[in-house]
Each structure stands twice: as structure tokens, then as C-alpha cells.
Design a protein around this ligand. Sequence first.
Ligand SMILES: Nc1ncnc2c1ncn2[C@@H]1O[C@H](COP(=O)(O)OP(=O)(O)OP(=O)(O)O)[C@@H](O)[C@H]1O
Length: 269
Amino acid sequence: MSALAVGRLDVTLLGRRVLGDVDLAVPSGSWVTLVGPNGAGKSTLLKAVAGAVEHAGSIGLDEVSLDGMRSRERARQVAFVPQEPTRPDGMNVVDYVLLGRTPYVPYFAVESASDVAVVEELLDTLELRELADRPVTSLSGGEFQRAVLARALAQQAPLLLLDEPTSSLDLGHAQQVLELVDELRVDRGLTVVSALHDLTTAGQFADRLVLLVDGEVVAEGPVREVLTEKLISAHYGAAVRVVHDADGGVVVVPVRERTARLTKRTDGA
Ligand SMILES: Nc1ncnc2c1ncn2[C@@H]1O[C@H](COP(=O)(O)OP(=O)(O)OP(=O)(O)O)[C@@H](O)[C@H]1O
């Protein structure tokens, strides 16, 4: 199990500060989800932890700086599912998932039988078996998203970063994928940091939520403390009702301001 500690993270892109002084503590084996409106900095934060964007501040895993690591070592520690992964031309699904084993393959060697076994298992788990020989460029959005997750899980890193991992998945596959991640978290002690737009889903799977707005953390804590009508309407400009169900879950329901709409229509008639 590995704990993530981000301290005073600052990112400036094209001369604009998009993350300012962000602190984030993710206990070992827990799941923290970043929420916030478009452009808040969720992806940038995940990319910084993955080592994909220049930043100031510290990023440590079990008190070891990730920034001090070589990329191969970092890839054994951190697996990242980006929001918009590229699809390599001419590569089939099995080879794409095998890329996740690259940090374990010695230089000038090929994948071992155990690397192949890890990939084979993931092809089954993520229902990719029948697509194994298909070029990744030919997959539907949801099929490719499952392949991207398989590639990340093949890395067997203790920290998993997921940027909108279910955006292209239907409801069933979305639940299945998030349940799988949660199972791995419980069984193997994975630490998970994700960014999700669907606030109800975010609340179902995370231990804690972090609300980012304009590159700063404006609220952080257990789901019930962050998913409030007040915070959501203030920072998303959205009209919602927050319902607490009997199991302790939080459901965020968008509502239309019906009275105003009806009045307008009547006026116009
Ligand atoms: N490569 C880049 N160059 C310049 N600005 C960028 C770059 N990448 C992101 N930004 C800007 O940084 C800010 C944060 O973007 P980011 O993608 O992290 O937000 P987000 O919270 O993930 O948004 P979304 O919910 O829309 O995916 C945005 O204003 C965005 O325009």
C-alpha cells in the first residue's frame, strides 16, 4: 500500500497559473476523487502526479519523491488512464495492453511468460478477448476505454490515476469497471485517485472528494460534506437536489427551475 502526498503543487501553462498551491493527501489503499467544473485543473493535477506536466511543489509516494524517479521506475509506481489517450496506428489490442508491461521488460528483451499471463487475465476481466486481434484504431470509444484501463492495470502499480475512466462507457460497463477498480483496491491495496464528472458516481466510489475550482481546492472531505446543494450551486452554477439514500449514499439530481420556465412560456403565449 502506498500513500500519495502532494504539497504546494503549482502548474503554469502558456503563462497562466492553472494549479495554485494544491495540497493533497491520499491515504494508502483509499480512493480519492477530484470533482469540479470544466477547466478546474483536475486533469492537470493527475498529469502532474503521472509526471506528464511540468510543475513546482512536491509529489511523494510513501515519502519517496516521484519526481526524482526515472520514468521506468515511476511507471512501476504510478499507472495513469488519461482522459484522451492516443490510439497508436497499426497496433492491435493485445500488443497495446502489453505496453503496460514495458517497465518490467529488461532492455533488449521481449515480454516474459508472466507478462503475457498478466495481459491474458486482463483481456478476460475487461471483456477484451474477442477484440484481442483488432487494431485499436478500429474500436468503439467504450471498447478502447476498456483497453486503456487494461493497459494501466497491466502496470501493476500501487497508485492508479483515472481521468474520467467511464466517459465513453455504457451504464453497465461503467459500473463493472469501477467495481473492478474497487475490488483491486480492496484486494491488492491499490491507492486510487480519479477525476469524475458524475457526482453521484463519484460519491459512490470515493472515500473522500476534493472539489477543485480555478486551480484551487475549495472543499475536501467525506462525500456528504462535499456534495452539498450549496457547494454545487456555488461552484457549478447548477440547480441540483442532493438526496441522501437509506444506505448512506448521496444522489445528486439535476433539477429544472420549472416555475421560472412555465411563467416565461405563459407570458409569451
Ligand atoms: N496544454 C495546455 N496549455 C495551456 N492551457 C492548458 C493546457 N492544458 C490545460 N490547460 C488549461 O488549464 C486549465 C485546467 O485544465 P484541465 O484540463 O486540467 O481541467 P479539468 O478540470 O480537467 O477540465 P475538464 O473537466 O473540462 O476536463 C484549463 O483552463 C485549460 O484550458
